[in-house]
Ligand binder design. Structure first.
Ligand code: ATP
Length: 305
Protein backbone atom coordinates (compact mmCIF):
# COMPACT_ATOMS: atom_id res chain seq x y z
CA UNK A 1 0.00 0.00 0.00
CA UNK A 2 1.71 3.28 -1.09
CA UNK A 3 1.96 5.94 1.62
CA UNK A 4 1.20 8.78 -0.78
CA UNK A 5 -2.26 10.31 -0.81
CA UNK A 6 -1.70 12.29 -4.01
CA UNK A 7 0.63 11.36 -6.84
CA UNK A 8 0.93 13.67 -9.87
CA UNK A 9 3.29 12.95 -12.76
CA UNK A 10 3.55 15.16 -15.82
CA UNK A 11 0.17 16.70 -14.93
CA UNK A 12 -1.13 19.10 -17.61
CA UNK A 13 -4.28 21.20 -17.94
CA UNK A 14 -4.89 23.27 -21.06
CA UNK A 15 -7.69 25.75 -21.64
CA UNK A 16 -7.56 26.21 -25.42
CA UNK A 17 -4.08 27.57 -26.14
CA UNK A 18 -3.35 28.37 -22.49
CA UNK A 19 -1.36 25.79 -20.54
CA UNK A 20 -2.60 26.59 -17.03
CA UNK A 21 -0.77 23.59 -15.53
CA UNK A 22 2.30 22.72 -17.58
CA UNK A 23 3.43 19.21 -16.64
CA UNK A 24 3.98 19.18 -12.88
CA UNK A 25 5.18 16.36 -10.62
CA UNK A 26 4.44 16.19 -6.91
CA UNK A 27 3.40 13.74 -4.24
CA UNK A 28 1.64 14.35 -0.95
CA UNK A 29 2.27 11.86 1.82
CA UNK A 30 -0.21 10.48 4.33
CA UNK A 31 -0.80 12.98 7.18
CA UNK A 32 1.11 15.79 5.49
CA UNK A 33 -0.01 19.38 4.94
CA UNK A 34 1.18 20.43 1.48
CA UNK A 35 0.82 24.01 0.23
CA UNK A 36 0.74 25.55 -3.22
CA UNK A 37 2.02 29.12 -3.31
CA UNK A 38 1.86 31.30 -6.39
CA UNK A 39 0.80 34.63 -7.83
CA UNK A 40 -2.73 35.12 -9.20
CA UNK A 41 -3.24 32.90 -12.24
CA UNK A 42 -0.29 30.60 -11.46
CA UNK A 43 -2.40 27.43 -11.76
CA UNK A 44 -3.10 26.61 -8.09
CA UNK A 45 -6.90 26.36 -8.25
CA UNK A 46 -6.73 24.44 -11.52
CA UNK A 47 -4.45 21.85 -9.86
CA UNK A 48 -6.69 21.62 -6.81
CA UNK A 49 -9.77 21.11 -8.95
CA UNK A 50 -8.13 18.26 -10.82
CA UNK A 51 -7.34 16.59 -7.48
CA UNK A 52 -10.99 17.23 -6.52
CA UNK A 53 -12.02 15.28 -9.65
CA UNK A 54 -14.16 18.13 -11.02
CA UNK A 55 -11.72 19.10 -13.78
CA UNK A 56 -10.25 16.47 -16.08
CA UNK A 57 -6.47 16.60 -16.67
CA UNK A 58 -5.45 17.16 -20.30
CA UNK A 59 -2.45 14.86 -19.88
CA UNK A 60 -0.33 13.12 -17.25
CA UNK A 61 -1.03 10.85 -14.33
CA UNK A 62 -3.02 11.80 -11.23
CA UNK A 63 -3.81 9.36 -8.45
CA UNK A 64 -5.65 10.42 -5.30
CA UNK A 65 -6.07 8.15 -2.25
CA UNK A 66 -4.64 5.30 -4.31
CA UNK A 67 -7.18 5.69 -7.12
CA UNK A 68 -7.19 7.15 -10.60
CA UNK A 69 -9.08 10.45 -10.96
CA UNK A 70 -10.45 9.58 -14.40
CA UNK A 71 -11.97 6.20 -13.63
CA UNK A 72 -12.62 6.29 -9.86
CA UNK A 73 -13.79 9.83 -9.21
CA UNK A 74 -16.85 8.78 -7.21
CA UNK A 75 -14.85 6.73 -4.69
CA UNK A 76 -12.31 9.54 -4.32
CA UNK A 77 -14.94 12.27 -3.83
CA UNK A 78 -16.59 10.30 -1.02
CA UNK A 79 -13.38 10.62 1.02
CA UNK A 80 -12.60 14.28 0.26
CA UNK A 81 -13.42 17.45 2.19
CA UNK A 82 -13.39 20.64 0.13
CA UNK A 83 -13.15 24.29 1.16
CA UNK A 84 -13.58 26.18 -2.13
CA UNK A 85 -12.20 29.65 -2.80
CA UNK A 86 -15.64 31.30 -2.64
CA UNK A 87 -18.14 30.43 0.09
CA UNK A 88 -21.02 28.67 -1.61
CA UNK A 89 -23.41 28.23 1.29
CA UNK A 90 -27.16 28.47 0.85
CA UNK A 91 -28.05 31.86 2.42
CA UNK A 92 -31.74 30.95 2.82
CA UNK A 93 -31.02 27.93 4.99
CA UNK A 94 -29.90 27.97 8.60
CA UNK A 95 -26.39 27.08 9.69
CA UNK A 96 -27.53 23.61 10.73
CA UNK A 97 -29.57 23.02 7.58
CA UNK A 98 -26.57 23.82 5.39
CA UNK A 99 -24.68 21.00 7.05
CA UNK A 100 -27.68 18.68 6.97
CA UNK A 101 -27.98 19.08 3.17
CA UNK A 102 -24.35 18.04 2.81
CA UNK A 103 -24.72 15.09 5.15
CA UNK A 104 -27.44 13.80 2.83
CA UNK A 105 -25.10 13.99 -0.18
CA UNK A 106 -22.83 11.60 1.68
CA UNK A 107 -25.69 9.33 2.71
CA UNK A 108 -25.17 9.93 6.44
CA UNK A 109 -28.16 8.76 8.49
CA UNK A 110 -30.29 11.32 10.31
CA UNK A 111 -29.32 10.40 13.87
CA UNK A 112 -25.61 10.14 13.07
CA UNK A 113 -25.76 13.42 11.13
CA UNK A 114 -27.38 15.16 14.10
CA UNK A 115 -24.50 14.24 16.37
CA UNK A 116 -21.84 14.94 13.78
CA UNK A 117 -23.29 18.41 13.02
CA UNK A 118 -23.43 19.32 16.72
CA UNK A 119 -19.80 18.23 17.12
CA UNK A 120 -18.65 20.18 14.04
CA UNK A 121 -20.46 23.36 15.07
CA UNK A 122 -18.72 23.19 18.44
CA UNK A 123 -15.41 22.61 16.65
CA UNK A 124 -15.76 25.87 14.65
CA UNK A 125 -17.46 27.70 17.56
CA UNK A 126 -20.77 28.23 15.78
CA UNK A 127 -22.94 26.05 18.01
CA UNK A 128 -24.78 29.08 19.37
CA UNK A 129 -25.71 30.17 15.83
CA UNK A 130 -27.03 26.79 14.68
CA UNK A 131 -30.59 27.97 14.05
CA UNK A 132 -29.83 31.28 12.37
CA UNK A 133 -29.95 31.81 8.63
CA UNK A 134 -26.52 31.86 7.03
CA UNK A 135 -27.25 35.36 5.72
CA UNK A 136 -26.96 36.61 9.34
CA UNK A 137 -23.37 35.40 9.70
CA UNK A 138 -20.29 37.54 9.14
CA UNK A 139 -17.84 36.59 6.37
CA UNK A 140 -15.49 34.99 8.89
CA UNK A 141 -18.29 32.90 10.44
CA UNK A 142 -19.37 31.74 6.97
CA UNK A 143 -15.80 30.64 6.23
CA UNK A 144 -15.77 28.62 9.46
CA UNK A 145 -19.07 27.04 8.48
CA UNK A 146 -17.61 26.03 5.11
CA UNK A 147 -14.75 24.39 7.00
CA UNK A 148 -17.22 22.49 9.19
CA UNK A 149 -19.16 21.45 6.08
CA UNK A 150 -15.98 20.11 4.47
CA UNK A 151 -15.55 17.80 7.46
CA UNK A 152 -19.06 16.31 7.51
CA UNK A 153 -17.93 13.01 5.93
CA UNK A 154 -14.79 12.70 8.15
CA UNK A 155 -12.57 13.10 5.07
CA UNK A 156 -9.14 11.53 4.69
CA UNK A 157 -7.97 14.37 2.46
CA UNK A 158 -8.94 18.04 2.81
CA UNK A 159 -8.55 20.42 -0.15
CA UNK A 160 -8.46 24.04 0.98
CA UNK A 161 -8.43 26.85 -1.59
CA UNK A 162 -7.27 29.99 0.25
CA UNK A 163 -8.94 28.91 3.50
CA UNK A 164 -8.46 32.17 5.42
CA UNK A 165 -8.68 34.87 2.74
CA UNK A 166 -10.77 37.76 4.05
CA UNK A 167 -10.67 36.68 7.69
CA UNK A 168 -9.65 38.98 10.51
CA UNK A 169 -6.52 37.98 12.48
CA UNK A 170 -8.48 36.33 15.32
CA UNK A 171 -10.57 34.23 12.95
CA UNK A 172 -7.48 33.33 10.93
CA UNK A 173 -5.64 32.08 14.03
CA UNK A 174 -8.71 30.15 15.06
CA UNK A 175 -8.91 28.40 11.66
CA UNK A 176 -5.15 27.68 11.73
CA UNK A 177 -5.56 26.08 15.15
CA UNK A 178 -8.40 23.91 13.87
CA UNK A 179 -6.45 22.87 10.79
CA UNK A 180 -3.45 21.95 12.92
CA UNK A 181 -5.61 19.78 15.15
CA UNK A 182 -6.98 18.03 12.05
CA UNK A 183 -3.47 17.39 10.83
CA UNK A 184 -2.53 16.05 14.27
CA UNK A 185 -5.47 13.65 13.90
CA UNK A 186 -3.89 12.31 10.69
CA UNK A 187 -5.92 14.15 8.05
CA UNK A 188 -3.88 14.93 4.93
CA UNK A 189 -4.23 18.48 3.57
CA UNK A 190 -3.57 20.22 0.28
CA UNK A 191 -4.00 23.97 0.42
CA UNK A 192 -3.40 27.06 -1.66
CA UNK A 193 -2.61 30.37 -0.07
CA UNK A 194 -1.33 33.87 -0.71
CA UNK A 195 -0.32 34.27 2.92
CA UNK A 196 3.25 33.22 3.45
CA UNK A 197 2.70 33.19 7.18
CA UNK A 198 -0.16 30.75 6.68
CA UNK A 199 2.12 28.45 4.70
CA UNK A 200 4.83 28.74 7.35
CA UNK A 201 2.32 28.04 10.15
CA UNK A 202 0.60 25.07 8.54
CA UNK A 203 2.60 23.42 5.79
CA UNK A 204 5.12 20.61 6.15
CA UNK A 205 6.14 21.21 2.53
CA UNK A 206 5.32 23.83 -0.08
CA UNK A 207 5.56 24.11 -3.84
CA UNK A 208 6.01 27.54 -5.40
CA UNK A 209 4.15 27.52 -8.70
CA UNK A 210 4.40 30.09 -11.49
CA UNK A 211 2.90 29.98 -14.98
CA UNK A 212 1.81 26.39 -14.41
CA UNK A 213 5.25 25.12 -13.38
CA UNK A 214 6.74 24.24 -10.01
CA UNK A 215 9.72 26.52 -9.41
CA UNK A 216 10.70 25.06 -6.06
CA UNK A 217 9.49 22.42 -3.64
CA UNK A 218 10.52 21.59 -0.10
CA UNK A 219 10.19 22.31 3.61
CA UNK A 220 9.55 26.02 4.20
CA UNK A 221 12.32 26.59 6.75
CA UNK A 222 14.88 24.66 4.67
CA UNK A 223 13.98 26.52 1.47
CA UNK A 224 14.35 29.86 3.23
CA UNK A 225 17.69 28.92 4.81
CA UNK A 226 19.07 27.52 1.56
CA UNK A 227 17.91 30.19 -0.89
CA UNK A 228 17.51 33.34 1.18
CA UNK A 229 19.69 32.92 4.29
CA UNK A 230 19.02 33.73 7.94
CA UNK A 231 18.50 37.49 8.04
CA UNK A 232 17.01 40.37 6.08
CA UNK A 233 17.65 44.07 6.54
CA UNK A 234 14.97 46.45 5.31
CA UNK A 235 16.17 49.91 4.43
CA UNK A 236 13.95 52.78 3.32
CA UNK A 237 16.32 55.53 2.17
CA UNK A 238 15.43 59.22 2.23
CA UNK A 239 15.64 61.27 -0.96
CA UNK A 240 19.25 62.09 -0.07
CA UNK A 241 19.93 58.40 0.63
CA UNK A 242 18.96 57.50 -2.92
CA UNK A 243 21.94 59.41 -4.32
CA UNK A 244 24.60 56.88 -5.23
CA UNK A 245 22.60 54.12 -3.56
CA UNK A 246 23.36 51.43 -6.16
CA UNK A 247 27.13 51.91 -5.71
CA UNK A 248 26.90 51.80 -1.91
CA UNK A 249 24.84 48.61 -2.04
CA UNK A 250 27.22 47.03 -4.55
CA UNK A 251 30.02 47.39 -1.98
CA UNK A 252 28.16 45.25 0.56
CA UNK A 253 28.71 41.50 0.83
CA UNK A 254 24.97 40.95 0.33
CA UNK A 255 22.26 40.23 -2.18
CA UNK A 256 20.01 43.31 -2.51
CA UNK A 257 16.55 43.71 -3.97
CA UNK A 258 14.49 46.83 -4.37
CA UNK A 259 10.69 46.97 -4.16
CA UNK A 260 8.93 50.30 -4.26
CA UNK A 261 10.77 52.61 -1.86
CA UNK A 262 12.40 49.85 0.20
CA UNK A 263 15.66 47.95 -0.26
CA UNK A 264 15.88 44.39 1.05
CA UNK A 265 19.42 43.39 1.98
CA UNK A 266 20.28 39.69 2.43
CA UNK A 267 23.79 39.37 3.91
CA UNK A 268 26.13 36.73 2.49
CA UNK A 269 28.88 37.08 5.07
CA UNK A 270 29.78 39.64 7.75
CA UNK A 271 27.69 42.74 7.21
CA UNK A 272 29.17 46.23 7.30
CA UNK A 273 26.50 47.77 9.52
CA UNK A 274 28.29 51.10 9.60
CA UNK A 275 28.06 51.39 5.81
CA UNK A 276 24.33 50.65 5.85
CA UNK A 277 23.51 52.97 8.75
CA UNK A 278 25.46 55.76 7.01
CA UNK A 279 22.92 55.77 4.15
CA UNK A 280 20.41 58.49 5.07
CA UNK A 281 17.18 56.60 5.84
CA UNK A 282 13.63 56.86 7.18
CA UNK A 283 13.55 53.29 8.34
CA UNK A 284 16.10 50.56 9.05
CA UNK A 285 15.26 47.22 10.59
CA UNK A 286 16.70 43.74 10.80
CA UNK A 287 14.51 40.67 10.93
CA UNK A 288 14.60 36.91 10.24
CA UNK A 289 14.34 35.95 6.58
CA UNK A 290 10.93 34.48 5.77
CA UNK A 291 9.07 32.50 3.19
CA UNK A 292 7.77 35.81 1.85
CA UNK A 293 11.35 36.82 0.94
CA UNK A 294 11.81 33.56 -0.94
CA UNK A 295 8.49 33.93 -2.71
CA UNK A 296 9.20 37.50 -3.78
CA UNK A 297 12.69 36.61 -4.98
CA UNK A 298 11.31 33.74 -7.05
CA UNK A 299 8.25 35.35 -8.54
CA UNK A 300 9.42 38.96 -8.75
CA UNK A 301 8.36 41.95 -6.75
CA UNK A 302 6.37 43.64 -9.49
CA UNK A 303 2.61 43.34 -9.45
CA UNK A 304 1.49 41.06 -12.30
CA UNK A 305 -1.19 42.42 -14.60
P1 ATP B 1 -5.57 32.83 -8.03
O1 ATP B 1 -4.47 32.98 -7.02
O2 ATP B 1 -5.91 34.12 -8.68
O3 ATP B 1 -6.74 32.05 -7.53
P2 ATP B 1 -4.59 30.43 -9.45
O4 ATP B 1 -3.14 30.18 -9.24
O5 ATP B 1 -5.53 29.63 -8.65
O6 ATP B 1 -4.90 31.99 -9.27
P3 ATP B 1 -5.96 29.35 -11.75
O7 ATP B 1 -7.32 29.75 -11.31
O8 ATP B 1 -5.59 27.92 -11.63
O9 ATP B 1 -4.86 30.24 -11.01
O10 ATP B 1 -5.78 29.84 -13.26
C1 ATP B 1 -4.62 29.51 -14.04
C2 ATP B 1 -4.79 30.12 -15.42
O11 ATP B 1 -5.84 29.44 -16.11
C3 ATP B 1 -5.14 31.59 -15.44
O12 ATP B 1 -4.47 32.19 -16.52
C4 ATP B 1 -6.63 31.59 -15.66
O13 ATP B 1 -7.04 32.78 -16.32
C5 ATP B 1 -6.83 30.37 -16.54
N1 ATP B 1 -8.15 29.74 -16.37
C6 ATP B 1 -8.66 29.26 -15.21
N2 ATP B 1 -9.88 28.72 -15.42
C7 ATP B 1 -10.14 28.86 -16.74
C8 ATP B 1 -11.23 28.48 -17.59
N3 ATP B 1 -12.31 27.84 -17.10
N4 ATP B 1 -11.15 28.78 -18.90
C9 ATP B 1 -10.06 29.41 -19.41
N5 ATP B 1 -8.99 29.79 -18.67
C10 ATP B 1 -9.02 29.51 -17.36
Amino acid sequence: MPSEVILARGLVKRYGDLEAVAGIDFRVEQGECFGFLGVNGAGKTTTLRMVQCVLAPTAGQLRVLGRDVASQARQIKARLGVVPQADNLDPDLTVRENLRVYSRYFGIRRRQAYERIAELLRFVQLDERAHEPVANLSGGMQRRLVLARAMINSPQLMLLDEPTTGLDPQARHMVWGRLRSLRAAGVTMLLTTHYMEEAAQLCDRVAVIDAGQILMLGRPEELVREHVGERCIELRPTQAGREGLAERLADLDAHCEQAGDTVFIYPRGQLDWGAIAAIPHERLLERSASLEDLFLQLTGRELRR
